[in-house]
Design a protein around this ligand. Structure first.
Ligand code: IDP
Ligand code: MG
Length: 139
């Protein structure tokens, strides 16, 4: 049986605040295997493409600015039921609504600067993983 994959980014605020280690520890302790990982910085064009689905939203400019202001950790994660379980682990988009113990509850500052990304479907996980990694970088 195929094991599911999801895609994540530890966003610029997580890197700036020195939270990479703590967040990765939480992810691996929750049973996710790291399939691909790197420190990288998105260009404005990259972020506009990655978040194209939100380009009509009032916060789009702010989102692109935030996501390009410094490096991120991009990673592909593997686990049974990866997409849904990872969304549960990170918590609600707005940390004020996120459950206790979730990554966003622990590390996010606001609905905009919310520490981590998690894919919302298997289809988007594959698209987003391929956006950041070549086949040779996936294990
Ligand atoms: P998600 O990351 O929980 O899937 P989405 O609705 O897909 O949330 O939004 C993508 C990202 O856009 C969020 O993670 C957050 O960084 C940003 N964002 C979402 N809603 C707002 C908002 O109301 N104000 C500012 N930024 C927002
Ligand atoms: Mg989303």
């Amino acid at each position: 049986m195929r094991t599911d994959r999801t895609f994540t980014m530890l966003k610029p605020d997580s890197v700036e605040k020195g939270h990479i280690g703590a967040i990765l520890e939480k992810i691996t302790a929750s049973g996710f295997r790291i399939v691909a990982m790197k420190l990288t910085q998105m260009t404005k064009a990259d972020a506009e493409e990655f978040y194209a689905i939100h380009n009509e939203r009032p916060f789009f400019g702010e989102l692109v600015e935030y996501m390009t202001r410094g490096p991120i950790v991009a990673a592909i994660l593997e686990k049974e039921n990866a997409v849904e379980d990872f969304r549960t682990l990170i918590g609600a988009t707005n940390p004020a609504d996120a459950a206790e113990g979730t990554i966003r509850k622990l590390y996010a500052a606001s609905i905009g600067e919310n520490a981590v990304h998690g894919s919302d479907s298997d289809e988007n996980a594959a698209i987003e993983g391929a956006f950041h990694f070549s086949g040779r970088e996936m294990f």
